[in-house]
Design a protein around this ligand. Structure first.
Ligand SMILES: *[C@@H]1O[C@H](CO)[C@@H](O)[C@H](O)[C@H]1NC(C)=O
Ligand SMILES: *[C@@H]1O[C@H](CO)[C@@H](O)[C@H](O)[C@H]1NC(C)=O
Ligand SMILES: *[C@@H]1O[C@H](CO)[C@@H](O)[C@H](O)[C@H]1NC(C)=O
Ligand SMILES: *[C@@H]1O[C@H](CO)[C@@H](O)[C@H](O)[C@H]1NC(C)=O
Length: 237
């Protein structure tokens, strides 16, 4: 996947100069206030194009950034994807508002949360330490689909209606909550509502640890400039 990721650094809050800073490399990361802004262009060689992410500002727990991308070829390969840990939270309030500043016709991309659970207290995303990957798709354009197959529709959580997809990926299980229609560009929720649903209805053990929260875009094809006006999350145990 080509992801532009914002990873939540739970332990350390770094201060950062206010000047905009752009990263262009395949695996570049820079500190972004309470977070880390990363590119993870792990599928880069499956496509033709480029992607850059600019940290615009940070303000307390909130961060503003922009990802510009242009990709072609292999429309069904995701080309870019972008810690410390906690027991599953008692609450995890989050707010994310974003917009496509520019968008070519027919883009294929999602805008999503990518959250990682594991048995151990800490572990990096998408490793042997991962038990579950929980995605929340606020947008999915161009007919792209999450891992696995759709197991439920019409699920009401955090004031929106979702389709739930599930399936295995490597050594972990993926649950993807996909917005049932349109896009949510001004999202605010307690992520714990999604976690409690998975514990109560999908067999996820409450002894799992929350290892990482990432947000960003997975573009497959097209060109776009995705601006996050403001993103914040807090984890309360
Ligand atoms: C990203 O795209 C926007 C909109 O076209 C533009 O204003 C901005 O300068 C671009 N940023 C970079 C780093 O190219
Ligand atoms: C990303 O930055 C590189 C290097 O500056 C540039 O060649 C490329 O056109 C940029 N890509 C986008 C999508 O803005
Ligand atoms: C976006 O959400 C925030 C928090 O829920 C709210 O205060 C704000 O009015 C919303 N903005 C728009 C344009 O709906
Ligand atoms: C996005 O959130 C920021 C910070 O809360 C707010 O100033 C801005 O008006 C919001 N934009 C929209 C479109 O809701």
């Amino acid at each position: 996947m080509f992801k532009a990721l914002l990873a939540v650094g739970f332990a350390i809050a770094l201060t950062f100069a206010s000047a905009a800073q752009t990263i262009t490399g395949q695996y570049d990361c820079i500190p972004a206030g309470a977070y880390t802004l990363c590119q993870n262009l792990w599928g880069e060689y499956a496509g033709v194009g480029s992607q850059n992410s600019t940290l615009i500002s940070t303000n307390g727990n909130a961060v503003t950034w922009q990802t510009n991308w242009t990709w072609a070829n292999n429309p069904n390969t995701v080309k870019s994807c972008a810690s410390h840990s906690f027991p599953i939270a008692s609450s995890a309030p989050t707010a994310w508002n974003w917009t496509y500043v520019t968008e070519s016709q027919g883009i294929r991309a999602d805008v999503s949360y990518d959250i990682w659970f594991g048995k151990a207290q800490s572990g990096n995303p998408a490793t042997s330490a991962s038990s579950y990957e929980i995605m929340i798709w606020l947008s999915g354009l161009g007919g792209i689909q999450p891992v696995g197959h759709q197991i439920l529709s019409g699920l009401n959580i955090a004031g929106h209606t979702w389709n739930l997809w599930s399936g295995p990926n490597s050594n972990w299980q993926v649950f993807s909550f996909v917005i049932s229609s349109g896009e949510v560009r001004n999202f605010s929720a307690d992520l714990n509502e999604f976690f409690q649903y998975l514990i109560q209805s999908q067999g996820v053990a409450s002894t799992q640890y929350l290892q990482a929260i990432q947000v960003g875009t997975e573009p497959f094809v097209g060109s776009a400039s995705l601006l996050t006006e403001s993103f914040a999350v807090a984890v309360n145990v």
